[in-house]
Design a protein around this ligand. Structure first.
Ligand code: NAP
Length: 277
């Protein structure tokens, strides 16, 4: 499943929507100098600018207090030129992530992490949804993977990937099993699955002998090693899987494309073109 190609098409669509809507703004907040976070932020800015979304890069020092981050988020909430606000995680230890996420205006919360947006997803009335799960659903749809009644296994239960993708699959009428670090016998579950989503952060966790012939396999993992970037799925799995996302070039580019789409959605909510659920 070629995430790069689909993401490029989605970005083209977003560019057309942006020129229709007029000025759009995305603000990112980065606290500290984590190299991976800086890379992600840079990519998001580049992609946003390419489709005509203006960006604001707010970079605060590592030792910034929680109060100062909250004050900045409030300013962005009140800033009419800002449609989307994204706080890059993880935040330094002195800052309570939940409080910062909860301070973002839910209408501008393009990451979909605010409790209101997480709750709306739970209730099946999604407003803003986390970009990675949205990207996975778009890929499965693009490749015609049937979900109705399908056996799907999600490995990982994070608030950012595992839980929201499990809910989206459930809302698409799949039968969903969620595996995590305390689950026993992963293989017993994965071998039965028509669709496996691996979102763990362990290189090669899903091996060839764990996958049913012809299954669709989505690899969310991004494990950086000295030898390069690796997913959670062993490349050998492609010999058994019917469809599989590569790393890189699968879920990664889709995440950025869906974030741009969410920024357009936020602009629509803010302009009253679309009702915020
Ligand atoms: P996370 O918050 O660290 O969650 C990892 C999950 O994996 C946890 O639920 C954990 O279980 C589970 N787990 C750990 N070891 C396991 C094992 N041996 N067997 C089964 N489950 C196990 O990570 P995340 O934020 O969801 O990210 C997961 C991976 O996706 C990372 O590599 C991350 O870099 C990548 N990622 C990629 C994108 C993208 O755009 N491509 C976006 C987001 C994340 P417990 O809950 O029991 O601890």
């Amino acid at each position: 499943m070629d995430g790069r190609a689909l993401a490029a098409r989605i970005r083209e669509g977003v560019a057309a929507e942006v020129s229709e809507l007029g000025e759009l703004g995305l603000a990112t907040v980065l606290v500290g100098d984590d190299p991976a976070s800086q890379l992600y932020i840079r990519r998001k800015h580049e992609a946003a600018r390419e489709v005509g979304i203006s960006t604001r890069d707010l970079h605060l020092p590592e030792e910034t207090s929680e109060e100062d981050v909250l004050a900045l988020v409030r300013d962005l909430n009140n800033d009419d030129g800002v449609d989307g606000v994204l706080v890059q995680l993880p935040l330094p230890r002195q800052i309570d992530e939940a409080r910062v996420i909860g301070a973002v205006d839910p209408v501008k919360d393009v990451d979909g992490f605010h409790p209101v947006n997480a709750g709306q997803l739970y209730l099946g009335r999604p407003a803003h949804v986390s970009a990675t799960p949205l990207g996975i659903m778009a890929l499965l749809e693009e490749y015609g993977v049937p979900l109705e009644g399908a056996r799907t296994v999600v490995i990982g239960r994070s608030d950012i990937v595992g839980k929201p993708i499990a809910l989206l699959l459930l809302h698409a009428n799949a039968t969903v099993t969620i595996l995590h670090s305390r689950s026993r016998d992963l293989t017993a579950h994965t071998l039965e699955a028509d669709v496996v989503v691996a979102a763990v952060g362990q290189k090669g966790l899903l091996a060839r002998n764990m996958v049913k012939e012809g299954a669709a396999v989505v690899d969310v993992g991004m494990n950086r090693t000295e030898e390069g970037l690796f997913g959670d799925v062993d490349p050998d799995v492609s010999e058994r899987a019917g469809l599989m996302t590569p790393v890189p070039g699968g879920v990664g580019p889709m995440t950025i494309a869906m974030l741009l789409r969410s920024t357009v959605r936020a602009a629509r909510f803010r302009r009253g073109v679309l009702a915020f659920p």
